[in-house]
Design a protein around this ligand. Structure first.
Ligand code: NAD
Ligand code: MG
Length: 391
């Protein structure tokens, strides 16, 4: 039996992971499941899968969780420290599916134990790529991609030599507003941004897909994960979301990874790696699909893509600035305090402000420095939003 933990078990990726575990429960010994405010879901899954411990991120919900698990022998805990402690419990395979920078610390701790970390939480590599990769190397731990594009690239690279790779092309659906006129984007509502044409995901990543901040994070994730230079990474808009990524080689060959838009493929690939196992995903019928379309992304429409290039050029802690500022701007958009297009404007301004500061971004990449930078980026976004409101 493999010991496994799922961080962010109540979310979209977490529930898809649990769906796969549920299909073969005798293969897994579940150590920790974690969630947020969705106590009932967390307790139900922890009981059914007989987890050692269930943790809610919210300390004020600990008693609710305790009550929901009364009579079972599942331990309960709450808060960020409890999450880190749970990540230190021995496990063979750990799913990192918390949303946002909050996923960084548990992921790092799991790597320090030498666990295989299935990484859905792209923020981990965006905020602290070098630190995360060094930690994995030092502890002989393995990082497996779960983001669909990165899983696709990873699969296209099996048996290949990185030296023969010319480029990596990741696809983007274009999100909710792909076909909207630019003039309407400024007034796009949270509700409109929260519906994705092809994928069923958590609200935050869905809005990030509409703004392409998600793709911007993924470009940086590609650079970190595969260690290739930024100019070898391309983004292409592909409305059908059937081709997840492509790898171009020095002999002109392009290997494309295709599949139905169902995260259980990428999760299952990471869960069963290095083998392939049967997965419950829809099989493609290309004749029925008829056509696959590809378009150049318009950087005027998607300024986040340009910002990702700036971040990669700048390096150091600028990924932590970018992600922290993006997360906070997204909070303000969801709360109705700023418009859809304001998010990129504010993130750009915060990046510039950091750039103008005394080498803050070049400080060593320690967990403390990453967390402090993330915190400061959020304060600056709050200030920028308050300033706009005051005008
Ligand atoms: P979600 O919002 O559906 O779920 C997030 C999970 O994290 C929940 O369990 C929630 O309780 C927990 N959580 C939220 N804030 C937390 C905090 N501060 N501390 C601890 N736990 C917290 O999100 P999701 O769509 O499943 O995405 C999870 C991660 O996977 C994100 O990094 C996302 O970018 C990435 N990802 C998601 C998809 C997808 O299809 N949903 C695809 C690729 C990558
Ligand atoms: Mg993705």
């Amino acid at each position: 039996m493999r010991k496994i933990s799922v961080f962010g078990a109540t979310g979209s990726i977490g529930q898809n992971t649990i769906d796969l575990i549920d299909r073969n429960p005798s293969a897994y010994d579940v150590v920790a499941l974690t969630g947020g405010a969705n106590i009932e879901q967390l307790a139900r899954d922890a009981k059914r899968l007989n987890a050692d411990i269930a943790i809610t991120a919210h300390p004020d919900r600990l008693e609710d969780l305790r009550a929901a698990l009364a009579g079972s022998d599942v331990e309960v805990a709450a808060g960020a420290n409890a999450l880190a402690e749970a990540a230190a419990r021995p496990a063979d395979w750990v799913m990192s599916a918390i949303v946002g920078a909050a996923g960084l610390q548990p992921g790092l701790t799991a790597l320090e134990q030498g666990a295989t970390l299935a990484l859905a939480n792209k923020e981990t590599l965006v905020c602290a790529g070098t630190l995360v990769l060094d930690t994995a190397r030092k502890h002989n731990a393995r990082l497996l991609p779960v983001d669909s594009e990165h899983s696709a690239v990873f699969q296209a690279l099996v048996g290949e030599d990185m030296a023969s790779v010319e480029r990596i092309i990741i696809t983007a659906s274009g999100g909710a507003f792909r076909d909207w006129p630019m003039s309407k984007l400024a007034s796009a509502t949270v509700e409109q941004a929260s519906s994705h044409p092809n994928w069923n995901m958590g609200q935050r990543i869905t809005i990030d897909s509409a703004s392409m901040f998600n793709k911007a994070l993924e470009v940086i994730e590609t650079r970190e994960f595969f260690g290739i230079s930024p100019d070898m990474i391309e983004v292409i808009v592909h409305p059908e979301s059937i081709v997840h990524a492509m790898v171009g080689f020095n002999d002109g060959a392009v290997m494309a990874h295709m599949g139905a838009p169902d995260m259980r493929h990428a999760i299952g690939y990471a869960l069963n790696w290095p083998k392939r196992q049967t997965l419950p995903v829809e099989r493609l019928n290309l004749a029925k699909l008829g056509q696959l379309r590809f378009q150049e992304p318009d950087e005027n429409r998607y300024p986040a893509l340009r910002l990702a290039r700036e971040v990669m050029e700048r390096g150091g802690l600028s990924g932590a600035v970018f992600n922290g500022a993006k997360e906070c701007a997204l909070d303000h958009f969801i709360a109705g305090r700023i418009g859809f297009l304001d998010m990129a404007d504010i993130v750009a301004a915060v990046l510039d402000r950091f750039d103008a500061q005394d080498n803050h971004i070049d400080a060593p990449m320690t967990l403390d420095n990453v967390l402090q930078t993330d915190h400061l980026a959020r304060i600056w976004v709050d200030n920028a939003v308050a300033q706009r409101a005051g005008k």
